[in-house]
Design a protein. Structure first.
Length: 254
């Protein structure tokens, strides 16, 4: 049986798998504005190139610990962990959503067939190497038109990533907005943008305002999952009133 969680109860529904050296904005749990707990991955991987260098055994161990502690779903501190999505999901009996990239197949179905999805990532090379292995692990195949830009060669945003969240955030925003505008100028058929990196959601509004496009990120994914596992009670009294109002209009219920 799955967990049944109600919004009126105090719960810790989302677990976050986090590497100890990566103190990012995503780890400021208040950015979620939902109950969440964190499990630290203490050691880096050795000989785990198949899994993008992530310490898969440690991730699995920590995920199982979070499950035992009562979380109802698990995410991670980096969108590039999509490469271990299937392994982690099969290691526990609760939902695992490693990366904002998991939203891409859904967004593809939302858009016209002639629209592509723009992806802003921390490291473009990681996304495209080994015949797009990481993207394939997120369910993104050749049937989904995409365009990718990376921030690995940026000045200030690279400092934030490499220095554990310390840097000039205004400069970071300017860099990401510029990269998003470049992406859209190269590919005018982009219908939505996905931010891979868990550092990027704080710049989502600026990117949306600069491009006029829907912007999906890790927070949109977290909230989507959260709203599926912590349900609110809806009441029918309002529906009855609405039905009567519709009956009294010229359109009426037929």
């Amino acid at each position: 049986m799955g967990k049944t969680l109600s919004a009126h109860k105090f719960v810790q529904p989302i677990g976050v798998l986090t590497e100890k050296w990566w103190w990012a904005t995503k780890l400021w749990l208040t950015t979620y504005n939902i109950p969440s707990i964190m499990k630290i991955i203490k050691t880096r991987a050795v000989g785990m190139e198949e899994y993008g260098g992530w310490n898969l055994p440690e991730f699995i161990r920590a995920a199982r610990e979070l499950e035992e502690e009562g979380v109802a779903a698990i995410t991670t501190n980096c969108g590039l962990t999509a490469i271990v999505q299937e392994k982690l999901a099969n290691a526990v009996d609760i939902p695992v959503f490693t990366s904002s990239l998991l939203q891409v197949p859904i967004i593809h179905k939302m858009l016209k067939k002639d629209k592509r999805i723009g992806i802003l990532t921390w490291d473009k090379q990681r996304c495209v190497e080994n015949n797009y292995q990481l993207l394939r692990c997120a369910g993104i195949d050749e049937s989904i038109p995409i365009a990718i830009e990376g921030m690995q060669d940026s000045e200030e945003f690279a400092k934030v990533i490499n220095n554990g969240g310390y840097g000039d955030w205004k400069k970071c925003q300017n860099e990401l907005v510029a990269k998003a505008k470049l992406l859209v100028s190269k590919y005018p058929d982009i219908g939505a943008i996905v931010l891979e990196c868990t550092e990027m959601p704080v710049f989502g509004l600026a990117i949306h305002e600069a491009t006029g496009l829907p912007v999906f990120d890790h927070h949109t994914l977290v909230w989507w999952v959260y709203n599926s596992i912590v349900k609110k009670q809806y009441y029918l009294s309002g529906c009855k009133l609405l039905t009567e109002m519709i009956r009294n209009t010229e359109y009426g219920l037929r």
